[in-house]
Design a protein around this ligand. Structure first.
Ligand code: IPE
Ligand code: MG
Length: 235
């Protein structure tokens, strides 16, 4: 979710106004997923690196985060969303931590939308934590090194119980992944837009889905193996 600061700058307003507008775009995106029957949405809300922003901005974001947890969780639960937070949550203060925990507990049985919030999250850190978990199991004698393979590591990264993401959307004009779900995105379709995050609405999200629907996902195979005509080929 990139471009909040620039959205505010264009309006000659403080960056925090952009973050607030960004929170409204989050609501629109969740509503979009619920309406379209999209089963899982993972939002990159705050990266491990974002802690290094000016203290005033970090403080404002934390206030916004806490406020959203206080106001939105019950409604999300009522709508059938299961909330989960991925990232180094020990870095958040007690009030936010308690709200995260409570939201996860309250909504744990919901199945309509898996709503994952990546906060203080980094993809490399996620993989490193999975490697550490494997090492601990080896040290404890529960696992042999030769049992460590893609499945073993993949089972220990964040959101391992969900299917890998089908579509990645990045707003704000940068064309990079910026340490989002590095392991999980291996075969995900990537979609980039210059639109700033606060301007995201159902029309833009639908155009991302339409583009996605036109892509051919081969997972390393050939078009022929998939039984589909290659682009420009007639059957
Ligand atoms: C993304 O918007 C929101 C967060 C990182 C919390 P930015 O704050 O990165 O907005 P720009 O890139 O400065 O426009
Ligand atoms: Mg940015």
């Amino acid at each position: 979710m990139d471009g909040n600061g620039r959205w505010a700058q264009q309006r000659h307003r403080p960056r925090l106004i952009g973050h607030r507008a960004g929170a409204r775009a989050v609501k629109r995106s969740v509503e979009f997923c619920l309406e379209r029957g999209i089963g899982a949405l993972t939002l990159f809300a705050f990266s491990s690196e974002n802690w290094n922003r000016p203290a005033e901005e970090v403080g404002g974001l934390m206030k916004l985060f806490l406020g959203a947890l206080e106001r939105e969780v019950e409604e999300l639960h009522r709508l059938g969303a299961r909330l989960r937070f991925i990232g180094e949550r020990s870095r958040f203060d007690g009030a936010i931590l308690a709200r995260m925990q409570a939201a996860e507990t309250l909504s744990a049985g919901n199945t309509r939308l898996q709503l994952n919030i990546a906060a203080s999250y980094g993809g490399r850190q996620d993989i490193a934590a999975a490697a550490r978990a494997l090492a601990e199991e080896v040290a404890a004698g529960r696992l042999r090194p030769d049992q460590i393979d893609e499945d073993a590591l993949g089972a220990r990264v964040a959101l391992a119980d969900l299917p890998a993401p089908d579509l990645f959307i990045r707003t704000g004009g940068e064309v990079r992944i910026s340490n989002f779900l590095l392991w999980q995105l291996a075969y995900t379709e990537l979609w980039f837009t210059d639109a700033l995050w606060p301007d995201v609405d159902a029309t833009l999200l639908q155009s991302a889905l339409d583009d996605y629907a036109r892509r051919e996902r081969r997972f390393g195979l050939t078009s022929a193996q998939l039984g589909q005509p290659a682009p420009g080929e007639t059957m």
